[in-house]
Design a protein around this ligand. Structure first.
Ligand SMILES: Cc1cc2nc3c(=O)[nH]c(=O)nc-3n(C[C@H](O)[C@H](O)[C@H](O)COP(=O)(O)OP(=O)(O)OC[C@H]3O[C@@H](n4cnc5c(N)ncnc54)[C@H](O)[C@@H]3O)c2cc1C
Length: 413
């Protein structure tokens, strides 16, 4: 099977890259093992949230404070601004409308009630101005009885720290009550399926309207709007502005983003091979000629270009044994400390060195093997070295922007 480009990994970075290539008329295949880290996403993307432990208000102005090996330093502030704008347009084309921009962060609420800087937030989710007065004085926090993936006390305490007056109301409807008979079904994505019918949405709206007295806005755990327009319907039915707050995984927002981006990629003609794993690559001189997968066996995927978008340790894009950190598909050069004792810090709250480990790349994201750039293979996203998504809150930004940048490199733009 021959393609213009084969992308290994179908998370945010792989999908962004694949969409841009398909739009330009390329034949593209994405091979992906399974869940991506987008499935854990709370509804916001982060470009750059923290530098040296301090929250960032203007991400583009803070890029120059990042270390030299950071992927953003390879792109430069001007290109980052253009790519960030393009990323928001791609999301909108995929049906994922967002608020926010790269010039100024806003605040999102994490599932644990912490206010965090964010770049783009899905429409319908809480997005508060950063460092400015909150638009609400008193809010209703809806608590869904029996739903445990939303620590309501933490969220309320986080909101109160912002000076908000918060009223909590338990909301029960027939449809949600029926789900409680099977506690394992009380997960955000399951509840979103239950609430997708018109009647169930109307019942929820009625219950919320009864509780929403003398408040400026209604906050609801993100348990609605998985694949349909039920969130928009609910927002029309309730009598005050309603905003969703991220829940613990499985997350409705992340599952929706992954599904919509995949659907858009396939709509553009892309091939998405889900549930398969790239095992190795065959080289022709310095270049890769084809890759093999577990399921396709002796039918290798050939292409002019290959893109490694396999994620970090959690997604198995990187692996480690007692001796070394390595890249499992092509055994590419990685940037990592040599000695195992240097990979982690004893204090778990300190930045962990292994978070910055990843494949080594040239200035335009070509991967490197045995000290030499591989001319037709690029790396994107969290498999790249030089950034710490936990410390800098830049994971989705790095993934979206490097995905688009490499697509442009391949297209010669
Ligand atoms: C738990 C968690 C929560 C997060 N929450 C947020 C958040 O709320 N907001 C935010 O901005 N950022 C968040 N991030 C960071 C952000 O989601 C990631 O940095 C970003 O989505 C990474 O995208 P990626 O495409 O580089 O990699 P991934 O999403 O890891 O995707 C890599 C894909 O490659 C596949 N793969 C791996 N090896 C192979 C192979 N050999 N063959 C085929 N496929 C393979 C994997 O199965 C996976 O699907 C979170 C990250 C994590 C881990």
């Amino acid at each position: 099977m021959r393609y213009d480009t084969v992308i290994m990994g179908g998370g945010l970075s792989g999908l962004m890259c694949g969409i841009a290539l398909c739009k330009a008329g390329q034949r593209v295949a994405i091979v992906t093992s399974g869940q991506s880290s987008l499935h854990f996403n709370g509804g916001s993307l982060e470009l750059l949230g923290y530098v040296d432990g301090q929250p960032v208000t203007h991400p583009l102005e803070s890029i120059n404070q990042l270390p030299a090996g950071h992927p953003y330093q390879k792109l430069g502030a001007e290109r980052i601004a253009a790519l960030a704008h393009e990323a928001a347009l791609v999301l909108a084309d995929a049906g994922l409308h967002t608020t926010g921009n790269a010039n100024e962060n806003h605040c999102r609420i994490s599932p644990m009630g912490v206010m965090l800087p964010a770049w783009l937030t899905l429409e319908g989710y809480v997005a508060l101005p950063m460092g400015k007065d909150c638009p609400w004085r008193r809010v209703l926090m809806v608590n869904v009885e029996g739903y445990l993936d939303f620590p309501v006390d933490f969220v309320v305490s986080g909101l109160r720290k912002q000076g908000l007056d918060v009223v909590v109301a338990d909301v029960v409807t027939d449809e949600l009550e029926q789900r409680r008979h099977t506690p394992s079904e009380m997960r955000a994505t399951q509840l979103a399926k239950v609430l997708s019918t018109r009647v169930a949405t109307e019942h929820l709206a009625d219950a919320i309207n009864v509780a929403a007295v003398d408040v400026d806005a209604i906050l609801l755990p993100a348990i609605i709007g998985l694949t349909d327009d039920s969130l928009e319907r609910l927002r029309q039915l309730v009598k005050l502005p309603l905003h969703l707050v991220a829940t613990l995984p499985p997350s409705v927002a992340g599952t929706r983003m992954q599904a919509q981006l995949r659907h858009y990629f396939q709509m553009l003609g892309g091939t998405y091979l889900l549930g398969d794993t790239v095992t190795c690559a065959s080289f022709n001189g310095d270049a890769v000629a084809s890759v093999e997968t577990e399921k396709l066996g002796d039918m290798p995927l050939r292409a002019t270009h290959f893109v490694l978008a396999t994620g970090s340790f959690m997604s198995k894009g990187l692996a480690a044994n007692f001796e070394r950190v390595y890249e499992p598909v092509m055994n590419l050069d990685v940037d990592a400390d040599g000695s195992r004792s240097e990979w982690t810090r004893y204090d778990v709250l300190e930045p962990q060195p292994y978070m910055t480990y990843g494949v080594a790349t040239t200035a335009d994201f070509h991967v490197v093997k045995g000290g030499k750039p591989v001319p037709n293979v690029f790396a994107i996203g969290s498999v790249l070295s030089g950034h710490d998504a936990v410390k800098n809150h830049d994971g989705t930004g790095v993934s979206a922007l490097t995905g688009l940048a490499v697509a442009h490199n391949i297209l010669g733009k």
